[in-house]
Design a protein around this ligand. Structure first.
Ligand code: SF4
Length: 148
């Protein structure tokens, strides 16, 4: 199973925000885009989706910027990935044209079960878990590196 680039970018953005400490200057969407090496518009779409999910909040005005919400810190990674990916099967049984086997296909059921097992493996993890050592310190180090 392969996640969309959108989901991966959203997860990376969440991880970046999760390593911010008290006293750090809030990040802007532009800084998130630059840190991830992606176009601003891609980062903006991911941030907007994360805001709609209640995972990220944007504070306006002087000293404003992006921050993880309390929900964002304790959110299950399985829940987050499900929300970002949407209710999409791993194969296009109902595409146009639909697969003629779809009404009686054992493979379809097996793939659904495998997909659910994939999400279930992510369910016990929180966003905070994702940035525990060694990931968090490495992530902070990468972000603090001066531009080449
Ligand atoms: S063979 Fe089964 S799993 Fe594959 S597209 Fe057809 S219905 Fe879906």
């Amino acid at each position: 199973m392969r996640l969309t680039k959108f989901t991966d970018l959203a997860l990376r953005s969440v991880m970046r925000l999760a390593v911010m400490r008290d006293g750090d200057a809030p990040l802007t969407t532009r800084e998130v885009a630059d840190a991830m090496g992606v176009p601003y518009t891609h980062a903006a779409k991911a941030v907007t989706r994360l805001q709609h999910l209640g995972v990220v909040e944007a504070r306006r005005g002087r000293g404003g910027g992006l921050a993880l919400t309390a929900l964002g810190r304790r959110a299950s990674v399985g829940w987050l990935v499900r929300e970002l990916e949407g209710d999409v099967e791993v194969v296009g049984c109902d595409d146009d044209p639909p697969c003629p086997l779809r009404a009686a296909c054992r493979l379809r059921g097996a793939l659904r079960a495998a997909q659910e097992a994939f999400y279930a493996a992510l369910d016990p993890l929180t966003v905070t878990d994702l940035v525990a050592s060694p990931t968090g310190p490495v992530l902070v180090g990468l972000m603090n590196r001066p531009p080449a």
